[in-house]
Design a protein around this ligand. Structure first.
Ligand code: C5P
Length: 402
């Protein structure tokens, strides 16, 4: 399994968080496998981990400084305490104790491992190890479920003899297997290299007069997460976005628009040489037929202005003849699947993501059902939009291959 080429780890930055379990000694082998495969490995240790194994062991193997506390004066002078988290392209915690899972699930930052994980945007790989009863405790299981829903990859634990002599669930997985997961993640994550993907996000604003508009509650979070996930897998991404409070993901070509008409023009330009379009924007269906040149004023007679609406262009339907993979969204308040299936066909989509409009638009998490042109349906559990974005990109990768 060693060797830079096939593993995909060559030149990559891996953060390896080691926490206080007897299984910590096994992780020395993981550090060695990653280093041999050409990765730069930054080891972070909790105080508990240093009771089981010394930082010197990891420093010798990785030929790098090992981070054991956020309070080192040299770290602030040289790199800063969040540097390791920020440069990591994969963040591994092995062994991950019950305590560390709780800290990660709740966003604590009182040791180098959880602090760096909080500062990191890299995919998180967790290899739990603990006593059987601790692993099965609902508190631990809920923390694991939270982390999984946020997109963390949980590897193990295995069943077998534990350090206590007890046989049960809680053994750290073999290091070769964990290394395989990490390598697989790097390989998989470049699978959109050479692909051009257009993503639309956010809501549109349709002006009524120079200061007022008709808009919607879309936060843009879903589309931004999709764009970030596609960039991370090597795609060239154009993100066409309505106004949002979000910073554009690093690496996208960003096009900011306001109205449905502007979004249509920008999307048409962007799809010319694209392989796929993911239309997650909440595009207005109607706009004021006339935009007042001046701010509409109240009148002394108490009259209320009448606003006449007209249809906006349906961007997806207008691209029916553009032969690329198109993924749409259907946010509905009723007859969800029936409406979504109808839109999938009418707009010529390969896939549509159907979700409850009220629960989803503007929210952090989302439940979704994926419907495909070939009639398949796939229901997804509730998860953070970032995790859902990864699932959508997984499906897009398959659709592009087909
Ligand atoms: O018809 P409906 O608006 O429910 O369809 C939703 C899907 O169509 C979404 O993917 C949305 O981005 C897209 N859409 C569009 N142009 C519009 C309205 C929606 O492309 N004017």
């Amino acid at each position: 399994m060693d060797g830079a080429g096939p593993s995909g780890l060559s030149g990559k930055h891996v953060a390896l968080g080691v926490t206080g379990s007897i299984a910590a000694y096994k992780v020395v082998e993981l550090a060695r496998l990653c280093v041999t495969a050409g990765a730069t490995v930054d080891v972070l240790m909790t105080e508990g981990a240093t009771r089981f194994i010394t930082p010197l062991t990891f420093a010798t193997l990785t030929q790098r400084r090992v981070w054991t506390t956020p309070y080192e004066p040299w770290s602030e002078a040289e790199e800063g305490h969040i540097a390791v988290g920020r440069r990591a392209e994969c963040f591994v915690v092995a062994p991950a104790t019950a305590d560390m899972l709780a800290k990660l699930a709740h966003g604590l930052a009182d040791d180098m491992v959880c602090l760096s994980a909080l500062a990191s945007s890299a995919p998180l790989v967790l290899a739990p190890a603990m006593n059987h009863y601790m692993w099965l405790h609902p508190a631990v299981q809920e923390n694991v479920a939270t982390l999984r829903a946020r997109g963390a990859r949980i590897v193990g634990p295995d069943a077998g003899p534990l350090a206590s002599g007890f046989v049960g669930m809680g053994r750290l997985v073999p290091m070769e297997r964990l290394f395989g997961e990490i390598a697989g993640m790097f390989r998989q994550r470049r699978e959109l290299a050479g692909r051009r993907i257009v993503v639309t996000a956010g809501g549109t604003r349709e002006p009524l007069d120079p200061v007022r508009y008709l808009g919607n509650r879309s936060s843009g979070r879903m589309g931004y997460a999709i764009a970030a996930a596609a960039v991370a897998r090597g795609a060239a991404v154009t993100l066409v976005s309505g106004p949002t409070a979000l910073a554009p993901p690093v690496g996208v070509t960003f096009v900011r628009i306001e109205t449905a008409a502007e979004m249509e023009a920008a999307t048409r330009r962007a799809v010319v040489d694209a392989d796929a379009l993911v239309m997650s924007a909440a595009v207005a269906d109607f706009r004021p037929a006339h935009r007042a040149a001046h701010k509409i004023k109240k009148t002394p007679d108490g009259a209320v202005p009448e606003i006449v609406l007209e249809r906006t262009p349906d961007i997806l339907a207008g691209l029916r003849d553009v032969r690329i993979i198109k993924v749409g969204f259907a946010a509905e308040t009723d007859d969800l699947l029936q409406n979504a299936r109808q839109k999938l066909a009418a707009k010529g989509l390969a896939m549509i993501v159907a979700n409850d409009a009220v629960a989803t638009i503007g929210a952090r998490d989302s439940t979704a059902t994926f419907l495909y042109a070939d009639g398949r349906t796939e229901e997804q559990p509730e998860m953070a939009k970032e995790a859902l974005a990864e699932c959508i990109i997984d499906r897009l990768v398959t659709l592009l291959k087909a």
